[in-house]
Design a protein. Structure first.
Length: 254
């Protein structure tokens, strides 16, 4: 069972990957300054520059959003694959352990010659089987609780990240739309430029603030893993105590 506990570290590693740097899109608030400065008094040219900047910025936001979604999906898929491999390794280990246990039972049956010894062997097998089933149920429950809590934390964090990105994208889009509308309405270009710059800066600042407020998985996972490991260790101790008691009773009959 100790080897199994070590294998569960893979899940922790998956969580760490999911907690790594998130590709939040950013728009430099000064990006339009150079274009706006070079337009002089040509209003049509200024409006064209704003429209071009808006188109490029929207495309950049969409590209960053798509890459973020793709990376999030890939991380989740890799996490699920690791967990499935853990399940497969655990099932294989349990199958091999069961085979060895049955071999031991067979040898005990051969050694038992008296009715008292046969009864003792039967009682031993019943006790070991029950202890084994109890431990496996406890380990499975601990792992499922850990994984469900981890999945909930991942989903919760993703929802908050998505909300922050949506707010950011909405604010940037609104700022760009206003800049285009103000330019078309003949608003002074300096005012248009400064307003756009301030709006983009405010959107980026809020995104950074929202990002910092989102709880990192690196803070969530350790206590979950600690609880899981404690449950697994307790299940192992309980099994060992039951197995020792069963062996003691068996020895008394031989």
């Amino acid at each position: 069972m100790k080897s199994y506990i070590k294998k569960t570290a893979v899940t922790f590693a998956a969580a760490a990957i999911l907690a790594s740097a998130m590709p939040f899109p950013e728009v430099a608030p000064t990006a339009y300054a150079a274009d706006a400065t070079s337009t002089g008094g040509n209003g049509a040219r200024s409006c064209a520059s704003i429209s071009e900047f808006a188109t490029k910025t929207s495309a950049r936001l969409t590209d960053r959003e798509e890459r973020y979604t793709a990376k999030s999906t890939d991380r989740l898929n890799r996490k699920n694959e690791r967990e499935q491999k853990q399940n497969d390794r655990l099932a294989d280990a349990r199958t091999k352990h069961d085979e060895r246990r049955l071999e031991k039972y067979s040898k005990l049956d051969e050694k038992a010659t008296t009715d008292a010894q046969k009864a003792a062997v039967a009682a031993y097998k019943t006790a070991i089987d029950a202890a084994k089933a109890t431990r496996r149920a406890a380990v499975d429950a601990a792992m499922n609780t850990f994984r469900n809590a981890l999945q909930a934390a991942i989903a919760n964090r993703k929802a908050k990240v998505d909300a922050a990105l949506t707010t950011f994208k909405t604010s940037v889009t609104a700022a760009l739309d206003k800049a285009k509308a103000d330019c078309a309405a003949g608003v002074d270009m300096k005012t248009v430029r400064n307003t756009l710059k301030a709006s983009l800066e405010a959107a980026r600042t809020k995104l950074q603030t929202d990002r910092k407020a989102i709880e990192k998985l690196g803070d969530v996972v350790p206590p979950l893993a600690k609880t899981r490991n404690a449950a697994v260790e307790q299940a192992t101790k309980t099994f060992k105590a039951a197995a020792e008691a069963a062996r003691t009773a068996l020895k008394a009959a031989f």
